[in-house]
Design a protein around this ligand. Structure first.
Ligand code: SF4
Ligand code: SF4
Length: 185
């Protein structure tokens, strides 16, 4: 949701393909298998996250936004409810050359809208420049207060490749994972 097709493509650090998981089914499966681990990590973060955790997570988010192509995914737009404010709908309707009444009749009214988002066209957002703020910031890893939003982060890890890979790397960056998976039966 936060991708920007008008932006100059960021320089991509060459990572081995095997280091990044982008398969949505596999991400969902791994997230289910690692559910207990993710909740343990959440508890640990609540007590032990370093002071600069927001900066670390922001850097990880930027790294994976540069490595993962949202235009080949759109899983958030297909899977999550999105909240549209009246003012946002008015702007979108104006851009499309419609009255707000006609727009609401064709697409949606204000409030929570069930997935898939009616503005999704294939894997692209048809109102990209005017998408709601909640879409711009998804999966919300670049906002302050990371450790206060961990329940939502764990939900997003299961559907968003950027959130999944960032969260996995955070476990190793903070040396939380060391030895844990080796000890599993
Ligand atoms: S789910 Fe994540 S990776 Fe996929 S389009 Fe949304 S923000 Fe991008
Ligand atoms: S407006 Fe709809 S299609 Fe566009 S980014 Fe948001 S959820 Fe996705």
């Amino acid at each position: 949701m936060a991708y920007d097709p008008g932006m100059k493509p960021p320089k991509r650090k060459q990572l081995a393909a095997s280091e990044i998981e982008t398969d949505l089914s596999r991400i969902q499966q791994l997230s289910q298998e690692q559910d207990n681990e993710n909740w343990e990590f959440r508890s640990w973060l609540k007590q032990n996250a370093p002071d600069n955790i927001d900066g670390i997570v922001k850097a990880l988010s930027q790294k994976y936004f540069a490595l993962i192509d949202c235009t080949q995914c759109a899983n958030c737009c297909r899977s999550l409810q999105t909240e549209f404010k009246k003012s946002e709908l008015c702007t979108i309707a104006k851009t499309l050359g419609q009255s707000i009444k006609a727009f609401e009749k064709q697409f949606m009214s204000e409030g929570m809208v069930n997935p898939p988002c009616p503005m999704l066209d294939g894997k692209l957002c048809s109102i990209y420049e005017n998408r709601p703020e909640v879409c711009r910031s998804f999966p919300h890893l670049e906002q302050p207060g990371f450790t206060t939003r961990l329940m939502g982060v764990i939900d997003n890890v299961a559907i968003c490749p950027i959130a999944f890979n960032a969260f996995e790397e955070l476990k190793t960056r903070l040396r939380w994972l060391q030895g844990r998976r080796d000890q599993e039966p």
